[in-house]
Design a protein around this ligand. Structure first.
Ligand SMILES: [Cu+2]
Length: 157
């Protein structure tokens, strides 16, 4: 093997190690889902995402096994009126955390299926890469190596 080929191979190995570490460095804590009436199709999830690593991480997608669609929203005040605005990316600083809480940043869960009941456990996931393509109707979202998940308890605020 030439020196250049060997060097390139070493670089790839280092890149892979960093990719794996990056994915392990986000931790979801204190996750809960707001209980809603059985005929409701939408709710919100709240949790803390902690970054234990030395590199900043960017959340590009969220998902749940109880919702067909999920987005990160924030409340933004425009001309004295508060509205929810979708956030395409949320940065979790190195060694820091982002808190999703009632009245602030939150995870929106759309098209609940099934509608969870109080006391149920619901899987919620954050992904540092946006999904390559939207899944077909009724198809589960493929898991990715950059995804971190946690169980959230369904409860009243
Ligand atoms: Cu919202």
């Amino acid at each position: 093997m030439t020196f250049v080929a060997c060097f390139k191979r070493a670089l790839v190995a280092v890149a892979l190690i960093f990719a794996q570490q990056a994915y392990a460095e986000l931790v979801i804590e204190d996750a809960w889902v707001r209980a809603v009436p059985p005929n409701s199709r939408t709710t919100a999830a709240y949790f803390t995402v902690r970054n234990t690593g030395a590199e900043e991480q960017t959340i590009a997608a969220v998902r749940s096994d109880s919702a067909r669609e999920a987005e990160i929203h924030d409340w933004v005040e425009t001309a004295g009126r508060k509205t929810m605005v979708r956030q395409d990316q949320v940065v979790v600083p190195a060694g820091g955390q982002v808190v999703l809480q009632s009245g602030g940043l939150h995870m929106m869960m759309f098209r609940l299926d099934p509608v969870p009941s109080p006391g149920d456990k619901v899987l919620i996931c954050v992904d540092t890469e946006a999904p390559a393509e939207a899944p077909a109707e009724g198809e589960p979202v493929a898991e990715s190596a950059t995804e971190v998940c946690a169980e959230a308890t369904v409860r009243n605020p």
